[in-house]
Every structure is written in structure tokens, then in C-alpha cells.
Design a protein around this ligand. Structure first.
Ligand code: CDP
Ligand code: MG
Length: 140
């Protein structure tokens, strides 16, 4: 997996609120190329596995319920310095701490329901892309 890729999900509440297009526009405007994209609803098992790193955290149960509670839009994004630049574009986990102009500042409703996911490292970006997409679902 190239290190100029990151993985994102538009989270269930943002999809349900009709913000998929606006968020996708912000991503494209920021210079990211969409290499793969799908609408899907995660099972509880899949959401639990995706967020397994947070298994011991007090919010894990609610996170799994929330992330499996409605469709998400998963994407693989490409750009130079993709992981860091995308984390900058989405803003802090808690929208109260997110900078103006970030996706979470504009669309997150709480620290839990914060509109989008972004990978936190090249290593996790590769794992997360593989988790959601097979090779034939990614454009060259
Ligand atoms: O998504 P991000 O990498 O910014 O944050 P994280 O610490 O990896 O947490 C993953 C997700 O768990 C967050 O995006 C929130 O949806 C949720 N979370 C939560 O509900 N309560 C917290 N105190 C921290 C995270
Ligand atoms: Mg994280």
C-alpha cells in the first residue's frame, strides 16, 4: 500500500443528515483523489473489529452501536502526505476543539458523532483500506 493513501468513513449520522455530498466536496476541494468509494452498513461485528484498538475504552460499546446503526460511506483517498493532511482537514475528535474550516467543526454533532473517520498512520491506513476494499474495487 502506497504511503500517500488514507482511509475515511463518512459516519452514520452524517450520511443520515444528508451531508455525504458536502463532505465529499470538501475532501475533493482539499486536493484528495478518490481511489475507491462505497456505501455500506457495518455489522456490529465489523464495527467492533474495525475499532478493536479501543476495546478497553469506556466508549467502545456505544461506538460499535453507533457505527453499525446506519450506512456509512467508505473511501480510499490519495494525496501527497495523505494521512496527516486528512487529519488536518477533519479536525480534532471533539468538534468543540476542532478548528474553523474543518469537516468536524462544520458537521460533527458531538465528540462521539463526529461525522468522519480518518486513519492515524500510514500503517493503519493500509490496514483500514484492506479491511473495507478488495484490490478490484480500487481504481488505478
Ligand atoms: O476518530 P479519532 O481518531 O479522532 O478519535 P479516536 O480517539 O481514534 O476515537 C475513535 C472514535 O471513537 C471517535 O472518532 C469518536 O467517534 C469515538 N470516541 C468517543 O465516542 N468518545 C471519546 N471520548 C473518544 C472517541
Ligand atoms: Mg483514531
Amino acid at each position: 500500500m502506497a504511503t500517500n493513501r488514507t482511509f475515511t468513513m463518512i459516519k452514520p449520522e452524517a450520511v443520515a443528515q444528508g451531508n455525504t455530498g458536502k463532505i465529499t466536496d470538501m475532501i475533493i476541494e482539499a486536493g484528495f483523489k478518490i481511489k475507491a468509494m462505497k456505501l455500506k452498513q457495518l455489522t456490529k461485528e465489523a464495527a467492533g473489529e474495525f475499532y478493536a484498538v479501543h476495546k478497553e475504552r469506556p466508549f467502545y460499546g456505544e461506538l460499535v452501536e453507533y457505527m453499525s446503526g446506519g450506512p456509512i460511506v467508505a473511501m480510499i483517498l490519495e494525496k501527497e502526505n495523505a494521512v496527516a493532511d486528512f487529519r488536518k482537514l477533519i479536525g480534532a475528535t471533539d468538534p468543540a476543539e476542532a478548528e474553523e474550516g474543518t469537516i468536524r467543526k462544520q458537521f460533527a454533532t458531538s465528540k462521539a458523532e463526529n461525522a468522519v473517520h480518518g486513519s492515524d498512520s500510514d500503517e493503519n491506513a493500509a490496514i483500514e483500506c484492506d479491511f473495507h476494499f478488495s484490490a478490484d474495487e480500487i481504481v488505478g
